[in-house]
Ligand binder design. Structure first.
Ligand code: CAA
Length: 260
């Protein structure tokens, strides 16, 4: 029987996915990626969810990368398939309707750093360490790291991290814009839950649409990206949530959004 290495829990409107493969510091092998894909599909179907937290089990690692033992004997075709699987799963994570937070509680290396990069927001514990050390293994990042890190921290910082393979600690990750905040390990999940709690009070359609417009616009020239914003802005005017949000403001009461 395949070992269960992904745990999906749902509490209220928040889902949490925990990568739980302690013997390999939560490294991602094919079975773990498959289970992660299934968990993400389950989250995608639950439209009532308002946020997802991705984290690693234990105190040492978020995810220490793709599984090196499994990659050891991959041939050309298999290495392409392995990268394609990682990309498919991380693309699915990136496209989820709700905000996604990486709670980085330890080593986030290689595929682990790339997993965090596929989330909307990255928060780090004081013990977190980030890096893309693939060049130490004679390869390059294969689950989106060369592209997503570059888009997040800029070309030069991304090149520095990818060319050297250096690990950076949490304060440094924050300083270069990779992690948003650094909190004590014991408070990391509560911090992420609090962020999602604040988001959950807002209009769900508006948050989801903002996420989509930011993602779609990021790769477009500014005029085309701004056109997307205008269309989304106007679309939201048709929603009951928009009427409720503005009415609540004018009536000086909290809004009760229903996602319609
Ligand atoms: N794959 C497979 N196993 C891994 C692993 C990985 N990425 N990372 C750690 N492990 C295993 C170790 O082999 C070890 O197993 P054994 O106890 O059976 O020997 C166990 O986890 C504990 O690890 P260490 O003994 O090495 O722990 P440490 O505290 O001495 O070092 C570490 C921790 C610095 C994270 C070190 O484990 C390490 O460097 N890991 C590899 C990190 C890495 O190179 N990640 C990138 C992988 S390539 C990739 O991800 C490609 C891609 O983009 C898709």
């Amino acid at each position: 029987m395949t070992e269960q290495t992904i745990r999906l829990t749902i509490e209220g409107t928040t889902a949490t996915i925990t990568v739980d493969r302690p013997k390999a510091l939560n490294a991602l092998n094919t079975a773990t990626l498959e289970q992660l894909e299934e968990a993400l599909a389950a989250v995608a179907q639950k439209r009532e969810l308002r946020g997802l937290i991705v984290t690693g089990a234990g105190e040492k690692a978020f995810v220490a990368g793709a599984d090196i033992a499994e990659m050891m004997n991959l041939n050309l075709e298999q290495s392409l398939a392995f990268a394609a699987r990682g990309h498919r799963v991380f693309d699915a994570l990136e496209r989820l309707h709700c905000p996604t937070l990486a709670a980085v509680n330890g080593f986030a290396l290689g595929g682990g750093c790339e997993l965090a990069l596929a989330c909307d927001l990255i928060y780090a514990s004081e013990t977190a360490k980030f890096g893309l050390p693939e060049v130490s293994l004679g390869i390059i990042p294969g689950f989106g790291g060369t592209q997503r890190l570059t888009r997040l921290v800029g070309r030069a910082r991304a090149k520095e991290l990818i060319f050297t393979g250096d690990m950076v600690d949490a304060p440094r990750a924050k300083a270069i814009g990779l992690a948003l905040d650094v909190v004590p390990a014991t408070q990391l999940l509560a911090h992420c839950q609090a962020v999602l709690g604040r988001i959950a009070q807002k209009g769900p359609l508006a948050v989801a649409r903002a996420k989509r417009v930011i993602a779609q616009g990021a790769d477009l020239p500014l005029p085309a990206a701004n056109q997307l914003e205008r269309e989304a802005f106007a679309d939201l005017f048709q929603s009951a949530d928009r009427r409720e949000g503005m009415t609540a403001f004018l009536e000086k009461r909290p809004a009760a959004f229903h996602g319609t």
